[in-house]
Design a protein around this ligand. Sequence first.
Ligand code: NAD
Length: 280
Amino acid sequence: MVRIVQGDLIAREMENEVRAGVEALVGKGVIVALAVVLVGDDPASDIYVRRKQRAAERVGIRSVEHRLDAATSEADLLILIERLNADPDIHGILVQLPLPPQIASDRVLGTIAPEKDVDGFHPVNVGRLSTGTGGLIPCTPLGCMMLLDRVVADFRGLKAVVIGKSNIVGKPVALLLLERECTVTVTHIHTRGLPDIVRSADIIVVAAGSPRLVRGDWVKPGAVLIDVGINRDAGGRIVGDAAADEMDHAAALTPVPGGVGPMTIACLLRNTLQAARAMR
Ligand code: NAD
């Protein structure tokens, strides 16, 4: 029987740890604060932002919201970011993506002070991740590793296949697996022979955004499968990138919903605490 790795329960445990850390800082006169910047009125972004803010409040992190009009110029957004960078009462800065077309995301992400970059997207943090020298690690990849830590005792020499090569999930999770001494293969939409590559894997992380992409016969018995995908099926239900009902022979599987999603938010809180501790 496949073990279902309940990210929602693990995320709750993490929240308790973060809450204790936040309270300890209150005792030293520090109120941990996260600035959340949302440009425009994309409904999905609105939901994500609310979820993150509610989670921050649950653990005692002050969430400071900046909602900007969809027509905001890049220059005005950069001024706000610089102001937040300079504000000693703000420990983390999160700019919800995607940004409207008149704003270049990479310029915005590159303006956030690396030590407040709780999403881990600044080139300095990307560089630190690729050299294994600390820094703030992107939340979803970090959440994937924390889930893997629950089911994998020793990563060294395991074959890991990552499906998807985005900057926010695929590439950073591949680097984290490499750091643990896995033998990592990164695949993408143009990869040839994907099923056979996946069949060789002890660990599979799929972040493609393609429902039921990973079928049961792609997964070798005893493999561990982390499903990052969030999709809607024809009936409007949230589903992942793996055919979860075909995975009985796997050792472990993360559910969608209730797997990686809640871990992403818990890792955002953890990163904000880490940033606040480092600023003291
Ligand atoms: P993206 O669109 O930026 O990248 C998708 C990647 O998957 C690309 O590299 C593409 O080449 C690859 N891909 C797409 N279809 C493929 C196929 N059929 N075969 C092989 N490779 C394929 O997406 P992203 O931002 O990395 O997100 C991926 C998925 O993860 C989405 O469903 C997204 O909603 C979800 N996601 C979830 C969380 C979370 O917290 N759980 C966080 C971020 C993203």
